[in-house]
Design a protein around this ligand. Sequence first.
Ligand code: NAD
Length: 272
Amino acid sequence: SLTSTSTLNNGVKIPWVGLGVYKVDKGEVALDTVKSALDLGYRSIDTASFYENEKEVGQAIRNSGLSREDIFVTSKVWNTEQGYEETLKAFDDSLNKLGLDYLDLYLIHWPVPGKFKDTWRALEEVYEQGKVRAIGVSNFQIHHLEDLMKDAKIKPMVDQVEFHPQLYQKDLLDFCKENEIQLEAWGPLGRSRYLDDPVLNELADKYGKSPAQVMLRWHHQHEIVIIPKSTKPHRQKENADIFEFELSEEDMRKIDELNQDKRTGKHPDEFP
Ligand code: NAD
C-alpha cells in the first residue's frame, strides 16, 4: 500500500510510491493536487526549489491535518544555488517556503561539475544538524557517485534519476544496490510517451491493469522508489494501485528488453 516503505542505509523509511509535483502550477492547482493525493493515502511528496511550488506543498500538508511525521517530504537544491554557503542558504529557503522545521530528504538536483562536492558538504552539515532525515543526489551517473564517495563523510542514501522501461539503467541499478543507495525513478511513466507500447499493452490486458500500472509495477519489482506525477485524482489513484498484482519473471524480462537508452530529459553529462 501507499504506506509500505523501503529502508534507507541510515534506517529512515521512504514510501515506495510518492507523488511528484514537477510542472504542477503554483497556486490552486498545486494545492488541489497535493490535497487529493494525501486524501487518497499518498504519504510522500517530491518537490524542488526549481518547481516553485514548495509554498503550496507545505500549505496542503498543513491543511491535511495529518501529523508531520506521517508525511515524507523531499526537496532539492537547484543548479544555480550550488556551493557550500549557497546550499546552506537554499536549504533554509526551502524549509521556509514549505513552512516546515525539517525535511525528510534533500537532494542535489543535478551534478554541477566543480561544485557538487561543496554542495554535498552542505548537505552533510544540515544532516548532522538534524534538519533533514536523509540526504542524497539526483541525476548522478556511476562516475559521479564514485567521485562523490571518494571524499564524502556520509554516503548518499538516495539517487533519483530518470528511469523507465525505455531507459532501463541496469548498471546504475546494480551499482546502487551494491552500495546501499536507494534508486528512485523520476519520469517512471516515461512522461507518458511510451504508454502505447505494444508489449506494455499486451501485458496490461493479461493482468487486467493499465499500461501505466504495468510500468510502475515493473519498477516496484526492481525495488525502485517511484514518484509518478498526476494532477488528476483518478490517475493518482490508478498509479497507487500497483500492490495487488505481480508480474512474472518472464514478463519482467520482456519489459527489461524494451530498453532503448532513450531519455525524455537531459543527459547528466551534458546538463547543467
Ligand atoms: P512521469 O513519468 O511521472 O509522467 C507524468 C505524466 O504522465 C503526467 O503529466 C501525466 O500526463 C501522465 N500520467 C500520469 N499518470 C498517468 C496514468 N495513470 N495514465 C496515463 N498517463 C498518466 O513524469 P515526471 O512528472 O517528469 O516525473 C515524475 C516526478 O519526478 C516529477 O513530478 C518530479 O517530482 C520528479 N522529477 C525529477 C527530476 C529530477 O531531475 N530530479 C526531473 C523530472 C521529474
